[in-house]
Design a protein around this ligand. Structure first.
Ligand SMILES: Nc1ncnc2c1ncn2[C@@H]1O[C@H](COP(=O)(O)OP(=O)(O)OP(=O)(O)O)[C@@H](O)[C@H]1O
Length: 352
């Protein structure tokens, strides 16, 4: 666990970057520092591994003040990932990843084997090992940055806007990858971002900082969205806070209808305005109207019980029928959530 105990950082020119910050980043969890530019996120992060020293207060690592640990020893137990990866340009990828093991005096073979294992872990083709950083895309370089930070298996990982320099699609996949890795590794991660969506997606706990380095709120993402502490936090969360809350509401209890599906060769009429055509193997094909003939219309799906109400609602909005198609892990139809069922679930969510 990392503990900030009334930590203040005053730079020599008098700027107070962090002001009496007290919070805990629990072991095995992702704690995100989020806030507008200049609110002291990077300064707070760098005080953990003593790249910057606190002016007042103390930071404890599992109860031990970081001030009492000499910086090289401290940093060996703390992985650090920054924006644009910060790889050594003249070293091959494998040697970049093996940087800390080399520093720790591992023999070259063992260090390289560890680097190869990690490249695979972060989803990179081992063939990249022999390349130089400039021969990789920005997203691939970030993966190498994460692999390098994990090389000596540190219990703590500090990540400073690690995904902000890549395009939104790559960014999403890097975020997913980090969550997958974290589910296996259970590191204590402190993650800095200015992007509230990233904070909500990744954080077990989110610390919102305001300019002047003061903590505005520390909460889990669900609480943050439903109970922002003040106008600053509310404003920072943005105007679609209600919609984003839906991502924490499960589709498990969503009522499904199973009488609205028909096989592909069905050409009868019904009084239902829409019917979902399902192929022989159970996958959805498209919506047709109650009367036969005409083109099949598009549909949207959600994984029943796994995806959130946000995804279910999105699926409904993609279909002219206004209904969302519930599928299982194999993509087979398990039922249809009608507008009424979605309404009921939303009303319950609003009450809760
Ligand atoms: N070496 C320094 N000397 C003086 N002031 C500094 C120094 N480094 C940072 N600051 C100031 O401290 C405040 C906090 O900076 P910091 O980099 O921690 O913010 P941040 O929240 O990470 O910002 P950003 O999102 O823009 O990276 C800012 O007002 C910044 O100008």
């Amino acid at each position: 666990m990392i503990t900030f105990d009334s930590v203040t950082k005053r730079y020599p020119d008098g700027t107070v970057a962090v002001d009496h910050l007290s919070l805990e980043a629990p072991t095995g969890e992702i704690t995100v520092f989020v806030g507008p530019s200049g609110c002291g996120k990077t300064t707070s992060l760098r005080m953990i591994n003593r790249m910057i020293d606190a002016s007042e207060g103390q930071i404890l690592l599992d109860g031990e003040p970081v001030q009492s640990i000499d910086p090289p020893t401290l940093r060996r137990g703390i992985g650090y990932v920054i924006q644009q990866a910060g790889l050594f340009p003249h070293r091959k990828i494998v040697d970049n990843v093996a940087t800390v093991p080399y520093l720790l005096g591992w023999d070259k073979k063992k260090a390289r084997a560890r680097a190869m294992e990690l490249l695979e872990r972060v989803g990179l083709d081992p063939a990249f090992a022999q390349r130089y950083p400039f021969q990789l895309s920005g997203g691939q370089q970030q993966r190498v940055g994460v692999a390098r930070a994990l090389a000596a298996d540190p219990p703590v990982l500090l990540m400073d806007e690690p995904f902000s320099a890549v395009d939104p699609i790559v960014r999403t996949s890097l975020q997913d990858e980090l969550l997958r890795l974290q589910s296996e590794l259970n590191k204590t991660i402190v993650f800095v971002t200015h992007d509230i969506d990233e904070a909500i997606k990744l954080g077990d706990r989110v610390a919102v900082l305001r300019v002047g380095g003061k903590l505005a709120q520390l909460a889990d993402p669900k609480t943050l969205l439903s109970e922002p502490a003040d106008d600053f936090v509310r404003e920072f969360l943005g105007h679609d806070r209600g919609i984003r809350r839906l991502q924490f509401i499960s589709t498990k209890g969503l009522r499904l209808r199973t009488d609205l599906t028909v096989p592909e060769d069905f050409d009868g009429s019904t009084s239902e305005p829409w019917l979902l055509v399902v192929s022989g193997d159970g996958s959805p094909v498209g919506w047709r109207t109650g009367t036969p003939g005409g083109e099949l219309e598009p549909y949207g799906t959600f994984l029943h019980g796994r995806d959130s109400m946000r995804t279910a609602l999105d699926a409904a909005l993609l279909s002219p029928s206004g209904c969302a198609v519930a599928v299982d892990e194999q993509g087979k139809v398990v039922g249809v959530a009608t507008r009424e069922a979605l309404d009921e679930a939303l009303a319950e969510a609003a009450d809760g």
